[in-house]
Every structure is written in structure tokens, then in C-alpha cells.
Design a protein around this ligand. Structure first.
Ligand code: AMP
Ligand code: MG
Length: 391
């Protein structure tokens, strides 16, 4: 059995980014750049007025000026500049070369075409966005590995690009195993349970903009192996739920061996999710998640989620970590690291009730894990603990 730290190191070492594809900038939301974006132009590409007002020469700030012209946003004319003159200008318009300052219209006095500047605090260069003040032509606009946000889509578009190169997103299959599983909406007989892991994992994947394919198989060797074989052929990731322990009806491990899935690790010194399996083929990564729902989701966020991030080219694949003080003393056994369900207001963190690996009640209102290392046994009230924020 390996430690949590070793397992995470193995994930980081074995998961490679997928192929690169070119997409329309607007469709790149949520993807990660496979190469840095270089600015083909400066922004602004000309000295630009930041206000509706008047452009003039600052050395003439104390004298009345004659308003001779009007320049609006998008105006591409060259406007001649002469001593004693000013131009009416609007936000976003090109400041005629020769003028060095803009005064906002609220701080002026205008009678017919005579301008008096009334802005005491105005300095030379005021209210002008200088050419290249945001980015200079040829500089890096966004680094490789940056996640594209709505603002990123805007910025890349502002640079004039229509397409962008990003890493592909994996195709993911979920296979749940278990004779006891009944699809919600059907009648539940005593001894059966409603199948929930596929819906839960689907929801977690949807948040990563992945729509998985889903199947549920019975606890028999042949059906399990066939389903896995098919999923491995058609996906870059397979998430198995259940059947990975050592019970007489657990056929996942055996099927994976028969199919030649290379074992990267099996079993981690952790709670929940001790029997987690991670393996790979040439073209697919496979997680054997525990069947217990809270254990399955904990393992998903701690290991499968970072693996997906690595495939997508995310250079910071794991859940974001912060250290916060815990609101109550916590005791645990030595030997296994524990991922507790917690709730944080970002000032401190509180352990939730009902931590069982079969229980989703508390997980459903959690917004973080509290991670306690294997060797720790007592954490005192107000002690700092490692908190992993849920997406
Ligand atoms: P297993 O890992 O197959 O031994 O399952 C462990 C526990 O998780 C059992 O109580 C199962 O009934 C439950 N379980 C397994 N798969 C699912 C599922 N897809 N949805 C909800 N619970 C499940
Ligand atoms: Mg089972």
C-alpha cells in the first residue's frame, strides 16, 4: 500500500496532456492553452482617450483654447494640431498626435468654441491610455497552460485572433458495477439500493465540461470485462465504480488484469477509498473507484480530477489548498491519511457530521476536504489544517 503523497506523485508523473486542437476563440472557454499567445498588435494600438472631454497640449492648460475639431471613437482621420487649439474628444477615440492630455468634460467651461480647463489636479498625460500600455506587440499575452476564462476569450479576441490552440478534453466513460443497483425512478425491492454514483460522477464531470458515457453492469466477470474492454477502446479515461475490493463479487481488478491494463497503483493508506486502483493502457487511464459513494467522490476529486486536469494541460491539477484553523478538536487513528468533509467560510474550517464513506448527506453541503496526514492522531481546536477546496 502506498501513501497519498506517493499516489499523487504517480498521477503527476504518469498522466500526459492530450493532443492539441485548434478551436474558435469563443469555444475555448474552460480549455488550457497549448502554446503561449503572442500579441500581434499593441493594446491600445494608438494613444486613446479614456474620457469624454477635450484633448489639448498640457503647456497651454492655463490659457483659453479654441475648440476646432471633434474626434469620436473609430475616427481614423489625422487631425492637425496647432498652438492654442483643442479638440472635442470621446472615450476610445484616437488622441491626435501632438496633443498630450485630455480633460474630462465635467471639469471644463465651454462658451461657443472657447475652452477653459478647470481641473486643478490634471497632470500632463492625464486621461490618455498610452499606446501599448496594456500589452506591447510581440510580448506574451497569455502563457501556455493558462485556463481560458470569459475574460481570456475577450482578451484573445481583442488581440485579433479568431482561433486558438488548446489541449483536447478527454472522452470519459463511467461504468458502475453492482447487482444491488436500481435506477432511480424504478421500484426498489428490499435489499436493493438506488444507483447514484454514475449521476454523481456525471455531475462532477459536467462541471469540467465533459459529458461522459454511462453504463451499469451486473456483478459477473464476463459482463464487467466486456464493458471495460469497450470503454477503454473508445475513451481516454474510464471511471469504474465498485467491485474493486476483495469480495467474492468484485470482478473489476481481475478484468483489468485480463485486459492488460498496467497497474500504476492499487490501494492507498487513506480513508475513505483505501482500495482505489489507477492504471493505464496506451491510450486510456483507468480508475477503479470504490463503490461507497462518499469514497468514490473523494477519490474522484483527489485523483481522477487532477488526472483529467493534467490531460487538459492544466499545470495546477490538484484541488486548491489553503491552511485554516479548525473550529473543534479532531482525533483519528494513526496509519491512514483522512479526507474529511468540511465546510469553510475561508476564515476557519468546520468538520461536518456523518463522515462515513457510504454517506453523502454531509458531502452534499461540504465545500472542502480537511486533509489530515497518516501519522497525525490529535488535531487541537484552532490548529491549522490543510483544506482542499471543492470546485
Ligand atoms: P463495492 O465497492 O462494490 O463493494 O460497493 C461498496 C458499497 O457501495 C456497497 O454498499 C454498494 O451497494 C455501494 N455502491 C456500489 N456502487 C454503487 C453505486 N453505483 N451507487 C450507489 N452505491 C453504490
Ligand atoms: Mg459491488
Amino acid at each position: 500500500m502506498i501513501s497519498v503523497e506517493e499516489a499523487k506523485k504517480l498521477i503527476k508523473e504518469s498522466v500526459l496532456p492530450l493532443a492539441v486542437k485548434e478551436v474558435d476563440v469563443v469555444d475555448a472557454l474552460g480549455y488550457f492553452l497549448s502554446e503561449s499567445i503572442i500579441a500581434p498588435i499593441s493594446i491600445p494600438s494608438f494613444n486613446q482617450s479614456a474620457m469624454d472631454g477635450y484633448a489639448f497640449c498640457f503647456e497651454e492648460v492655463n490659457q483659453p483654447l479654441t475648440i476646432v475639431e471633434e474626434v469620436a471613437a473609430g475616427d481614423v482621420r489625422e487631425v492637425a494640431v496647432e498652438k492654442g487649439n483643442a479638440v472635442r474628444i470621446f472615450t476610445g477615440a484616437k488622441v491626435p498626435s501632438g496633443y498630450d492630455t485630455v480633460v474630462m468634460q465635467e471639469l471644463t467651461e465651454v462658451s461657443t468654441n472657447q475652452l477653459t480647463v478647470k481641473d486643478q489636479g490634471l497632470k500632463k498625460g492625464g486621461n490618455i491610455r498610452l499606446k501599448a500600455s496594456q500589452i506591447k506587440k510581440g510580448d506574451i499575452g497569455l502563457e501556455k497552460g493558462t485556463k481560458i476564462t470569459a475574460a481570456g476569450v475577450g482578451f484573445i479576441s481583442a488581440l485579433g485572433y479568431t482561433k486558438v490552440k488548446v489541449y483536447e478534453s478527454p472522452r470519459v466513460a463511467i461504468i458502475a458495477t453492482g447487482d444491488e443497483l436500481v435506477k432511480p425512478g424504478n421500484e426498489l425491492k428490499e435489499g436493493q439500493i438506488f444507483e447514484s454514483n454514475t449521476f454523481m460522477l456525471q455531475a462532477a464531470l459536467n462541471k469540467l465540461m465533459i459529458t461522459p458515457t454511462i453504463s451499469v453492469v451486473e456483478d459477473n466477470q464476463k459482463e464487467t470485462q466486456q464493458a471495460i474492454a469497450h470503454a477503454i477502446q473508445n475513451n481516454e479515461m474510464v471511471l469504474l465504480s465498485g467491485g474493486i475490493s476483495v469480495g467474492d463479487y468484485d470482478f473489476v481488478k481481475e478484468s483489468l488484469e485480463n485486459l492488460g491494463v498496467e497497474d500504476v497503483f492499487y490501494k492507498i493508506k487513506q480513508k475513505p477509498g483505501k482500495p482505489l486502483f489507477f492504471g493505464k493502457t496506451n491510450s486510456c487511464y483507468v480508475f477503479g473507484l470504490p463503490g461507497n459513494p462518499a469514497a468514490a467522490l473523494s477519490c474522484f476529486y483527489q485523483y481522477a480530477y487532477p488526472a483529467i486536469n493534467l490531460m487538459k494541460g492544466n499545470l495546477a491539477p490538484f484541488l486548491p489548498k489553503i491552511n485554516l484553523s479548525i473550529t473543534k478538536q479532531l482525533k483519528k487513528k494513526e496509519g491512514r491519511a483522512v479526507f474529511y468533509k468540511g465546510h469553510t467560510d475561508f476564515k476557519s474550517v468546520t468538520l461536518l457530521e456523518a463522515q462515513g464513506s457510504d454517506m453523502l448527506k454531509s458531502f452534499a453541503i461540504a465545500n472542502c476536504f480537511i486533509y489530515i496526514q497518516a501519522e497525525k492522531t490529535v488535531i487541537n481546536e484552532n490548529e491549522l489544517v490543510e483544506v482542499h477546496l471543492l470546485p
